[in-house]
Write a protein that binds this ligand. Structure first.
Ligand code: 13P
Length: 250
């Protein structure tokens, strides 16, 4: 089974219009062997989605949102719906990022409703899961992620509608990463869970690793079996670093 890797950047709450120059540099670097081997996705803040989509049109780099409301429209001040992201040019949306789970008390049920909303709008949902530090230290990482996965992914998932991102909470923005062996173990466990629930389709679903991925450690982390790409925070803000990570695929 060959799954095409996805190298995805999550800009989080960073980026003004001037920062789109980095996106242009990412587009310029997306060519040749890299373009042949991997998909590229950048998820800027929602204020930049439309402009980013316009700038990347025809260049192969895809644009996504970082969150969406479960409803299509209505009285939800400050929220953005999956339909709005789609209308602005997004192809993907991240749901259930640990920062949303922590800052906005998002439960698995809420994340699941958001993934459903993404599908309703025709977007691919990137559903994030990942254990906290005490769960890892207590030997409960696999069980914690299994439970999150079961609760956060709606019925009817298919490889073109769902990407899973494994992001251990303690590895995000800290410079810490699990060992390559721990990453491989977790991804194998996620793969088994997807297979149990979605049968042969589970084999085709992409599972990304996220958490302090840098050009220096990318190769070790993403060559692991069942790692089908990366979800990159800090290092996706600079084209040089993002391209440096993606170079692991060439
Ligand atoms: P960092 O790459 O900054 O650790 O962030 C990872 C992340 O949260 C991507 O969604």
């Amino acid at each position: 089974m060959t799954r095409r890797p996805l190298v995805a950047g999550n800009w989080k709450m960073n980026g003004l219009r001037a920062g789109l120059a980095e996106l242009e540099a990412i587009c310029a670097g997306y060519s040749g062997a890299l373009k042949a081997k991997a998909d590229f996705l950048i998820c800027p803040p929602s204020t930049l989605v439309a402009e980013a989509a316009a700038k990347t049109a025809g260049k192969g780099v895809m644009i996504g949102g970082q969150d969406c409301h479960a409803k299509a429209s209505g009285a939800h001040t400050g929220d953005v719906s999956a339909e709005m992201l789609k209308d602005a040019g997004a192809r993907f949306v991240i749901v259930g990022h640990s920062e949303r789970r922590a800052d906005h008390a998002e439960t698995d049920a809420i994340v699941r409703a958001k993934a459903d909303a993404a599908w309703r709008a025709g977007l691919t949902a990137i559903v994030c899961v990942g254990e906290r530090k005490e769960q890892r230290e207590g030997g409960k990482a696999l069980a914690a992620v299994r439970e999150q996965l079961a609760g956060s992914i709606p019925e009817g998932a298919s490889p073109d509608r769902l990407v899973v991102a494994y992001e251990p909470v303690w590895a995000i923005g800290t410079g810490l990463t699990p060992t390559p062996g721990d990453v491989a173990e977790m991804h194998a466990s996620i793969r088994a869970g997807l297979g149990k629930r979605f049968g042969a389709k589970g084999e085709e679903m992409r599972i990304l690793y996220g958490g302090s991925v840098k050009p220096q450690n990318a190769r070790d982390l993403i060559i692991q079996p069942d790692v089908d790409g990366a979800l990159i925070g800090g290092a996706s803000l600079k084209a040089k670093d993002f391209l440096g990570i993606a170079a692991a695929y060439t």
